[in-house]
Write a protein that binds this ligand. Structure first.
Ligand code: ATP
Ligand code: MG
Length: 199
C-alpha cells in the first residue's frame, strides 16, 4: 500500500435491531465456542460488499463517483439475517459468520456493481464467488467448531438504504472503521426528475 493510501472497503450497515440480534448470537457463541476466537465488536459488525485495499485520496473521490453512478436507480431492499456457518468450513474454521435468509440476491447484485465500479479505479476484480455473510468472529488457528442454528424465521428484517465507504485502520487494539462516504440507494422517481411517467 503506497503513500497515504487508505485501507478501505464498501459495506452495508445493519439496523440497530439487527445489530442487537447479531450481538446476542455472539454472546451465545462465546459460551458455545469458547477458545481462540476474536469476536467482532458491535461497532465493527457490517456486511462487506467489496474490499478495496489501499486507495489514495484522489482515487477515493473517483470511486465515490463511479459507485454512485452504478447504484443509480437501485432501490432500498430488505435483508434478514439467519443461519450460521464457517469459512472455509466448520472442521477448519477461520471465520464464523451469520448468513442472510432474505435479500441475498440483492446484496450480491450490489456487490457485483461495486466490484465493477472499483475496477474503474484499478481495484482488482473479485475472483471468488460472492457469499454474503456477517463476520462474527475470527480464529487465530483454524479449528473445528460446532455451530447450532439461528433459524431463518428469527431473522429481523431491516432495510438497506445506503452503501458505506469505510476506512479500516488496523492496530494491535483491533480494526477501527471510519465512514468516509455514504452512498444512498434511491428508486428512480419520476417526481424527482420532473418527468411525466411513460405510460
Ligand atoms: P483484521 O484484519 O485485523 O482481522 P478486519 O478483517 O476487520 O480486521 P480489514 O482486514 O481491514 O479488517 O477488512 C475490512 C473488511 O473487509 C472486513 O469485513 C473483512 O472481512 C473484509 N476483507 C478484508 N480482506 C478482504 C479480502 N481480501 N476480500 C474480501 N473481503 C475482505
Ligand atoms: Mg482482515
Amino acid at each position: 500500500m503506497s503513500g497515504d493510501a487508505l485501507r478501505s472497503f464498501l459495506a452495508a450497515d445493519l439496523s440497530p435491531q439487527a445489530l442487537a440480534q447479531a450481538v446476542q448470537v455472539i454472546e451465545r457463541l462465546r459460551r458455545e465456542v469458547p477458545q481462540g476466537v476474536r469476536w467482532v465488536p458491535e461497532e465493527n459488525l457490517h456486511l462487506t460488499l467489496k474490499f478495496l485495499g489501499g486507495v489514495e485520496p484522489d482515487r477515493i473521490s473517483r470511486l465515490v463517483t463511479a459507485a454512485s453512478a452504478k447504484l443509480e436507480g437501485l432501490a432500498p431492499f430488505e435483508v434478514a439475517l439467519g443461519g450460521l456457518g464457517a469459512f472455509p468450513n466448520a472442521r477448519r474454521a477461520r471465520v464464523i459468520w451469520l448468513g442472510v435468509c432474505a435479500g441475498g440476491a440483492q446484496l450480491a447484485r450490489l456487490a457485483r456493481k461495486l466490484d465493477a465500479a472499483a475496477a474503474r479505479i484499478g481495484v482488482e476484480r473479485e475472483r471468488r464467488p460472492y457469499r454474503t455473510h456477517l463476520t462474527l468472529g475470527r480464529l487465530r488457528q483454524p479449528a473445528p467448531v460446532a455451530l447450532s442454528g439461528v433459524p431463518c424465521p428469527d431473522g429481523l428484517p431491516f432495510s438497506v438504504e445506503e452503501v458505506v465507504l469505510y476506512e479500516s485502520r488496523l492496530s494491535s487494539a483491533g480494526a477501527q472503521y471510519i465512514p468516509l462516504a455514504r452512498l444512498p440507494l434511491r428508486t428512480a422517481d419520476a417526481r424527482e426528475t420532473n418527468l411525466a411517467p411513460e405510460m
